[in-house]
Design a protein around this ligand. Structure first.
Ligand code: SF4
Length: 352
């Protein structure tokens, strides 16, 4: 299985304060011509592919666009489509269309209204909770939404239990957490999360809410951490370090490898990951590993030698190492603290 992340447009109908996607006012969209090329590449390739529409709001592309997408790249036993959405446009027509065509949804929600509406706002600064909540519930009921992504912000830090209860009450099965961050910028500004103690407390409160609920939800971060804890060796090979696994297509047909968020970036950071334009490619396999890949593996080796938390992480955070440390051949980033170390400390203590 490979994953192809596609940016159909960088435009978004809302304007979350913490969003790092560039060009959120830019309505330019992926030319459907490129989808012919994508289909050729998939057909000439050896494994199944999940196409993930993300980075910008995919649903603003409209029905007709996605109907065409399915004409050009039909769902089959080898090809799946997934849309990562802010959930605002999900009316009955969309839900029927997605269900009829077996397209899965991942919805972004930050939890209860007081947390969600702090940063997930419209361009007029209006909260989006009410609509997203209604659409999240309908999508789950319809069997279309199988996962939710929640961003941890300053607002969330003291509200882990409420966040857990909210997602449990709406029937979410799979929950993943990202910690608010700014990528693709030399000045990493992590809003108000400099104090890692508060984040540790967040993970602890969340874990306790999960424990109290008999571990009912699938929480990605806890499952990964527990599987590392229960294994003698590092059980993780981060997706971005898997050979020929992640690809990313930007709206101008340029294909990148390894890092999902790289498409759409106009920064120099993206250039080592550039593979070529889909017009000039025939299969994923013909795109041999880029020179940056051996640097990534060296950096992973360095992590395995130097970091006490390697087994919980597998030496990931390639983009963060580049942006925060200015080089790949490095370890320790703020992202390590936020996404791995504080979490591992909490779960390890719980399992004593
Ligand atoms: S937490 Fe950071 S330093 Fe440790 S293994 Fe992961 S990427 Fe490397």
């Amino acid at each position: 299985m490979k994953r192809l992340f596609v940016q159909g447009s960088s435009f978004c109908d809302i304007d979350c304060d913490y969003c790092f996607v560039r060009g959120r006012n830019d309505k330019a969209r992926l030319s459907l011509d490129y989808l012919h090329d994508v289909y050729r590449i998939i057909n000439n390739s050896e494994t199944d592919v999940e196409i993930v529409w993300h980075m910008g709001e995919p649903l603003v592309l409209g029905f007709n666009f996605f109907k065409k997408v399915l004409e050009y790249i039909p769902v089959s036993e080898h090809i799946r489509h997934r849309i990562v959405t802010n959930g605002l446009l999900l009316n009955d027509d969309w839900l029927s269309f997605l269900a009829d065509n077996c397209i899965s949804l991942t919805i972004s929600s930050d939890g209860p209204i007081e947390v969600h509406d702090r940063y997930r706002t419209s361009r007029k600064e209006a909260g989006t909770f009410e609509v997203v909540h209604k659409n999240l519930c309908r999508s789950i009921k319809k069997g279309v939404c199988d996962s939710v992504l929640c961003t941890i912000t300053k607002e969330s830090l003291s509200k882990a239990a409420q966040i857990y209860e909210y997602f449990s009450s709406v029937g979410v099965e799979y929950l993943g957490f990202n910690v608010e961050r700014q990528l693709d910028s030399p000045e990493i500004q992590v809003l108000s999360l400099e104090k890692f103690d508060s984040l540790e407390l967040f993970w602890k409160d969340l874990y306790e809410a999960w424990e109290k609920d008999s571990y009912s939800l699938f929480i990605r971060e806890f499952y990964r951490t527990l599987s590392a804890l229960n294994s003698d060796e590092c059980p993780l090979q981060p997706d971005e370090l898997k050979s020929n696994y992640n690809y990313s297509l930007s709206k101008n047909g340029d294909l990148y490898k390894y890092i999902p968020q790289i498409a759409g970036s106009d920064s120099l950071v993206s250039s080592p990951f550039f593979v070529g334009n889909v017009k000039n490619l025939n299969s994923f396999e013909e795109t041999s590993e880029l020179p940056v890949y051996s640097e990534m593996l060296n950096s992973q080796r360095l992590c395995s030698e130097k970091c006490d938390f390697y087994r919980f992480c597998g030496g990931a955070f390639v983009l963060e190492k580049l942006v925060e440390n200015g080089m790949l051949n490095s370890t320790s980033t703020a992202a390590c603290e936020r996404q791995v170390i504080q979490l591992a400390k909490v779960v390890s203590r719980k399992h004593g």
